[in-house]
Design a binder for this molecule. Sequence first.
Ligand SMILES: [Zn+2]
Length: 128
Amino acid sequence: MPQIDEAQVKARLDERIRQIEERREGLRRGGDGMRDELADYDQHPGDQGTETFVQELDETTSMILDEEEQRVKDARRALDEGRYGICVDCGKEIPTERLEAMPESIRCLDDQRQFEAMLRQRGGDASR
Ligand SMILES: [Zn+2]
């Protein structure tokens, strides 16, 4: 395992899961306050005035949240099983800086890029 503070990583992952659940809850209630964050995900919001757009946006957000939650939970499980910090694809250690920047990383940078390229090709249907 790379040199990481396990307790700290665990706390950060748990916090991440909590945040995701909160955002999903907000989404379910049709809550606002999420729109700003969505700007990060969608560079071309189009016509923001239509109901259709808002609904599509919610579906997109929901999908992103699912994918993110899955990733955080995978990392959390890896931590429990003592294989945290090991790339799930190539089996090499993930650099500590990457883990510190993104504690939910379960792939090295190269494999993450490949994985994301593959997801895009499949139309964003994440890990299913
Ligand atoms: Zn790898």
